[in-house]
Design a protein around this ligand. Sequence first.
Ligand code: IVH
Length: 706
Amino acid sequence: MYAPEDIKHWNDRTADYLTRDQPAGIAEATVWARELGDVLRFHEYRYYVLHEPLVSDYEYDQLYKKLQAIESRWPEVVQEDSPTRRVSPDLTSDLPEVTHLTPMLSLDNSYDENDLREFDRQVRKLTGMQEGDIDYAVEPKYDGGTITLVYENDRLVRSATRGDGIRGEEITANARTIRSVPLQAAFSKRGIYSAELRGEAIIRKETFHRLNAQREEQDLPLFANPRNAATGGLRMKDPREAAGRGLEVFVFQLGFAADADGVNQLTTLPTHWQTLDLLDQLGFKVPGAERKRCRDIGEVIAYCREWENRRDDYPYEIDGMVVKVDRRDLQEKCGFTSHHPRWAIAFKFKARQATSRLLAVEYQVGKVGSITPVAKIEPVPLAGVTISSVSLHNEDFIRNKDLRIGDRVLVERAGDVIPYIVKSLPEWRTGAEKPIVFPTHCPVCGSPLWREPDEAAWRCENSGCEAQVKQRILFHVSKDAMDIEGLGRSTVDRFFELGWIRGIADIYRLDTRAMAELEGFGTKSADNLRKAIDKAKSNPVHRLLHSLSIHHLGKKAARLLAAEVAYVPDLANWDEARFLAIKDIGPVVAHNVMAFFARPENLAMLKDMEALGVNMRQTEEDLPRVLPADGPLAGKTILFTGTLEKMGRKEAQDLAEKAGARNVSAVSGQLDILVVGASAGSKLKKAQSLGTVAIWTEEEFINQVT
Ligand code: IVH
């Protein structure tokens, strides 16, 4: 439909229109409306047909809104086939087509508080209601594939995808495999003979990860996200394959309901809320605890915000919230545009994907000398922060993605996952892009780089390399290691320049008075740092071992080792067999620890540290915890959530261990007991939904263990 060689043309037009303001007059508006329409159609084709978008949803929406704004200011320029006049197509396969009983529209989008307030103003104007007189039902915007379900005579007779909103693809056989879709539902008890329901087919995030793990084993291409796995699942030729996707359907709208004579029955359900309640009673999966009826737009905004913060804890992907006028009579007063109902709006969470340009690659040297390439990109706002650097992990990552300097790239940042480059968009290439040439020598000390045959990273082998030393110092003081607060990167850089620290041991030599005299430091910070350093001196040995940046000696291995060694410098005398005798310590860790202790400068450093007061001897905390097998909670797993009143979290966990329970960090099918303090959130919800977890108050917990 669009020739590959035309892509550059469309991309240029896109970039151009993204930066344009508004046309100066009607003549310009006529041209812009036509061109913007073309640009939008091109992107719709990329998105809906090829499933290979070249712009982010956000950018598409920006263009769409620009066109809408032009059309509303100069209605005479509206083109008959304007993208604002219809909904987008996704009819690409040869599944049979069916016509929906009523057209399925889209939703208008909002991105911030102002947009929502404007929506509320609009609704009030259309309904003649006063501020605060309109109830809004707010529920998640599920990010899956839209599905319709038609029931006749209480039986599921047909299911379809949304298609172009008028007609969809028939997928009844696949829908029948979805457990949350009832094959029969007692609509007739409510006088309804035929009904068309709309909902979203989605899969759980956890199912998505499991599916991808399976596919990886079978060498099948991986799903990019849960939505693709779900929409693909709906359209499988073989229903057995659809069944294997673990699809679920959330129903969020009753689009059509009529009695046996074809008389509309929707009017018997005066609110959206009651409609969902009815569907719930009939056995459908509807937004349950997730939905809220809000009394005014302020409450709507607060609820949308709350969910934006919670979205990562929710088991399904959601990309926003949907706000609906609750009363049906008011909905009718609002009416529809050709694109969306005026009584509903989607509040879109901050975008997680955006496109940007790869400007340069820098190379960082890690604490054991691993070289990490880092992409410098044109700064782009993404999910609430501005991203300008993205790790490229290693050379293979760059090669596999065929990244080039100057490339337009798709960047994603999901939840607390660090931002990453999904792919380059080669369609944007002009020919001026340059290959990324991986360095052969350390960018800091100039030593030649070396790559172990089975490792992904190139490494600088010079352990005295300044970059490595600084990284080791930063790691030594980090929370997971010695936990010394107040020594950030800029302070370390500064102390380094002053010649105060050249290695880890120097940290324990820092002069409080000299620090207090540094500009911008002050007595208070110097004292605090001193205290943090002094406290760290008596850390258990497992922290010390972990803090030494021995390659592959992680937190867990450091604990295993600490449980077996009475005095740290003794490790210099251990042979391989002694390391391997420890369960879960393998030859790689053994070898690396031996290599570390074989170096005289490392032993000298430890001696130095010991002389400065750093503990080298096994402490109580280094000894493995033996959970009493006969305690009242023996064999149980336990998790604390919310704020406890009578004791701290740590104290409670210790008590639980003494009673024989094992503390875990997440709610899962493996969890036995959840102890709930004040203002517990998503963990409680999840435990409740699992139905297998015992939920205790702090009081009940104390009664059990004392
Ligand atoms: S109501 C008349 N509610 O969002 C429009 N839609 O952009 C009725 N979606 O295709 C839609 N969650 O598939 C509605 N709770 C929800 C939704 C939801 C997801 C999807 C739906 C629709 C798209 C609109």
